[in-house]
Ligand binder design. Structure first.
Ligand code: MEV
Length: 423
């Protein structure tokens, strides 16, 4: 169900209860879903013990909402789970600026991915390729038996590709091409690769070692774009500095790593809130950033004829709206409902826009006032809590620390002690 408007003016000024009330209204949350959000222990011991081994407890991580998102003409509220201050504010700010010129446009391709089968001890690699190709239809049929649902949808295993390796001429790598539909793909592709491996060994006489998906998905890719008006970011001078910062990430690996880390700040936070596997997203994105042999930026920026910034992102993402861990985690399910993506492609499109927005906001701040001022002001609250401030003291210690210009643990402790002495 689309949200009526994602701007949520003054959302940051509301109390936590008021924010949940807003989500209830905007996302049609039921009473029990509201209670789950309020109940900090919704992932109870019984569930926890079923989800991981050696279960002890749950780690708490704050979840907030990025506002202002408009993607392909539709408004979204974006749940983000992250320990770092400033990320959600920056992401919302980037989306606010993109919104001025209509928001983001995004497009995700079909969910094509590869399972890799490593076949070793072959006499003649070319002979093995011929033997496998002669049985190709049988191999694909056998793989598709692992998912009746994908087959019914006309998806599933589609083709086979081969490549050889430099380290051993008796080794063949078989790529099983699979359209994973609305699934992330790992479970189904791994099952397919394991299913067909014994048959491939029989027809070739080789031995299968690895049979596992590749987390690099160059055919499951999302492109998104937005225009950021120059007036909204401080005019031509800031735009010029912005372009310098953006260009550096395209050719300098040291900057590109940090630039792309900023993109993943946003994407990972949404993946965590919706309980998707963010480690595979990291692996995928960084491998894709180096797919041409040089690691570079996942976003690109240029100026249009008005001097406004046109930003784009091209990123490989494989996230699912079916299967996976989301279904067994009550809050992740609610986060999926809040986000409201109807299928995997839509989720991937929104994620790419989150990455672009996050990156635009970081690079804008870096090319203008820098990020430390805002970041440290927020971090000062963490420090206040860390030295034992509670209730109103958290804000007081944080404010006095920012005013003093020294934001560290020692200063926080000193201020808290003085506050307590003064009572
Ligand atoms: C910090 O978590 C992320 C940034 O360093 C990203 C960037 O430099 O573009 C601010």
């Amino acid at each position: 169900m689309p949200v009526k408007n994602s701007e949520l003016k003054g959302f940051y000024k509301k109390s936590t209860d008021e924010r949940i009330e807003t989500l209830k209204e905007y996302c049609q949350l039921a009473e029990d879903e509201v209670s789950t959000l309020k109940d900090l222990g919704s992932l109870n011991q019984v569930l926890g013990e079923k989800l991981v081994e050696n279960y002890v407890t749950n780690m708490e991580i704050p979840m907030g909402i990025a506002t202002n998102f408009r993607v392909n003409g539709r408004d979204y509220l974006i749940p983000m789970a992250i320990e770092e201050p400033s990320v959600i504010a920056a992401c919302s700010n980037g989306a606010r600026i993109a919104r001025i010129s209509g928001g983001f446009k995004a497009h995700a391709t079909e969910s094509i991915m590869y399972g890799q089968i490593q076949l070793v001890n072959l006499g003649d690699v070319n002979k093995a390729i011929t033997e496998i190709l002669l049985e190709k239809e049988n191999i694909l049929k056998m793989a598709n038996e692992m998912s009746k649902t994908l087959s019914k949808l006309g998806k599933g295993a589609k083709d086979l590709f081969f490549h050889t390796v430099k380290y051993d001429e008796h080794v063949l790598i078989i790529h099983l091409e699979v359209d994973a539909g609305d699934a992330m793909g790992a479970n189904i592709i791994n099952s397919m690769a394991e299913k067909v491996s014994p048959f491939i060994e029989t027809i070739t006489g080789g031995t299968v070692v690895l049979k596992i998906l590749s987390n690099l998905t160059p055919l499951r890719v999302v492109r998104a774009q937005a225009t950021f008006p120059k007036e909204s970011i401080g005019g031509d001078a800031v735009v010029d500095r912005f372009m310098h910062a953006a260009k550096l990430a395209e050719e300098d690996i040291f900057r590109a790593a940090t630039h792309n880390k900023g993109i993943m700040n946003g994407i990972d936070a949404v993946l965590l809130a919706t309980m998707n596997d963010w480690r595979q997203a990291e692996a995928n994105a960084h491998a894709y950033a180096a797919i041409n042999g040089n690691y570079g930026s996942l976003t690109h920026y240029s100026k249009d004829k008005n001097g406004d910034i046109v930003g784009s992102i091209e990123i490989t993402l494989s996230v699912g709206t079916v299967g996976g861990s989301s279904a067994s985690n009550p809050k992740a399910k609610i986060c999926q409902k809040i986000l409201g993506a109807r299928d995997a492609k839509e989720l991937e499109e929104v994620l790419a826009c989150v990455g672009l927005s996050q990156n635009f906001a970081a690079v804008r701040a870096l090319s203008d006032e820098g990020i430390q001022k805002g970041h440290m002001a927020l971090h000062s609250r963490n420090l206040a809590i860390a030295v034992g401030a509670t209730g109103n003291d958290i804000e007081k210690v944080s404010e006095l620390m920012v005013r003093s210009g020294t934001i560290n643990m020692t200063k926080a402790r000193e201020i808290l002690e003085e506050l307590k002495k003064g009572r």
